[in-house]
Design a protein around this ligand. Structure first.
Ligand SMILES: Cc1cc2nc3c(=O)[nH]c(=O)nc-3n(C[C@H](O)[C@H](O)[C@H](O)COP(=O)(O)O)c2cc1C
Length: 400
């Protein structure tokens, strides 16, 4: 779910990673959230309230009994108004207190009083993290519904390499969006999304591929996650980073993509936003093809199977048609031939770039004959429109 207008309470506890919480606060504000920060006493040894007051333009809570603090008058105010409570970084100590139900400072008190979802981003020394006490506390908290993001393996402040680094800011924000959208209109649904290009090998070093960046498919996958769906993202090679909270399955060839999509048969929806190659070389040379005296090289290409036509077992099937001419006619033919619920027609020969861009201009055609000519919008906005259609199509089929 979008963070815009949401009230996020950010608790910061006494980890050496507390300085990274300033970036988390800043990115939450940039995403349009209203951010209220609570610092534990230990956190204030690492970072100052001024940092967070400056970033959030809001008072920072440091002490329950401070007569100047709103919380001294109404000690559960933040708990009642929070849309989500995020603790980043969450120390071993803080999580032990939460697991035990303690409420001896503003952060633990708010955690106990709030009905809002709890997101924990632990950060600590690897041995502290692996300790059975910490692991038991984490289990208790996740069983109660807390969402964990990280920690990550890597170099720790101690100099050791191990598990315990605070998750990246992008992953933490994604976890908050996921927590906010847990009860969204795709709750309990499984959505399979394909994205990116495929690569058909020619020899050990060369491939035939296309210009798909994967941005559209990744945007749909993230939007579905943030509306409560379990998401499987089947992706060809892209430069995009692995989105948090999504089951990402990397493939190379169209045949691999087909097998991977079919393996998720039984899911509620399949949205094919990938650009799988239509052709593959008939033979893959075992060694690098050498330049000879000939002026030309002839490669015979075989047609690949069409994934959307080949797969079955999805309640709703939707596709994309990237066309450089006769856009709507070609798209309608594909919609019918592949038995889709709707198709997103994309003019890739227009003046504005589609591949790699953050924007897209499409027309959606549906099986009932509807034509929706959408204005140019971000791929994230378009992902929302596409998922609205998936939700409506699922509801329509279940009414029947
Ligand atoms: C330099 C230093 C770094 C620390 N880093 C961490 C850490 O990364 N994670 C952690 O769980 N505890 C860490 N601690 C220990 C906590 O600060 C300590 O458990 C404290 O009581 C936590 O209080 P709080 O959970 O109320 O913030 C560190 C302590 C020191 C002195």
């Amino acid at each position: 779910m979008s963070l815009k207008g949401k009230h996020i309470v950010l608790g910061v506890s006494g980890s050496i990673a507390a300085y990274k919480a300033a970036d988390v606060a800043s990115k939450l504000v940039q995403a349009g959230a209203q951010v209220s920060v609570i610092l534990t006493a230990a956190a204030q040894q690492f970072v100052t309230p001024l940092t967070f007051r400056s970033l959030t333009h809001r008072p920072v809570v440091t002490n329950w009994f401070d007569p100047g603090s709103d919380l001294s008058i109404q000690h559960v105010t933040l708990a009642e108004t929070a849309d989500a409570l995020l603790v980043a970084p969450a120390t071993a100590d803080l999580m032990a207190k939460l697991a035990a139900g303690m409420a001896d400072d503003p952060l633990t008190g708010t955690a106990l009083a709030t009905q809002a979802p709890l997101v924990l981003a632990p950060a600590m020394d690897a041995h502290m993290y692996e300790h059975p006490a910490t692991q038991a506390n984490l289990r208790t908290l996740t069983e109660r519904g807390a969402l964990l993001v990280g920690p990550e393996p890597g170099r720790l402040a101690s100099g050791l390499i191990g598990m315990g680094r605070l998750a990246a800011t992008e992953a933490i924000l994604a976890a908050v969006s996921t927590a906010l959208g847990r009860s969204g209109d795709l709750k309990g649904r499984t959505v399979v999304v394909s994205a990116g290009p495929t690569e058909e090998p020619l020899d050990p070093v060369r491939v035939i591929t296309n210009r798909s960046s994967g941005k559209m498919g990744y945007a749909i996958a993230e939007a579905a996650r943030d509306r409560g769906a379990r998401v499987v993202l089947v992706t060809g090679p892209t430069a995009l980073s692995k989105p948090w909270g999504i089951d990402v399955r990397g493939v190379h060839t169209t045949a691999e993509m087909l097998a991977c999509v079919q393996a998720s048969s039984g899911a509620d929806a399949l949205i094919m936003a990938a650009a799988p190659g239509d052709f593959r070389p008939e033979t893959v040379a075992p060694d690098k093809i050498k330049k000879g005296p000939e002026a030309t090289l002839t490669i015979t290409l075989l047609k690949n199977p069409d994934i959307l036509s080949a797969v079955s077992g999805f309640t709703v099937k939707a596709g994309f048609a990237a066309e450089s001419r006769d856009l709507l006619d070609n798209a309608r033919a594909k919609l019918t031939a592949k038995g889709l619920d709707f198709i997103v027609a994309n003019d890739v020969a227009g003046d504005e770039p589609v591949f790699g861009s953050d924007l897209n201009k499409v027309t959606v055609l549906d099986a009932g004959g509807g034509v929706d000519d959408l204005p140019r919008m971000t791929k994230a906005e378009l992902a929302g429109r596409i998922l609205d259609r998936v939700v409506a199509a699922l509801a329509g089929k279940e009414r029947v």
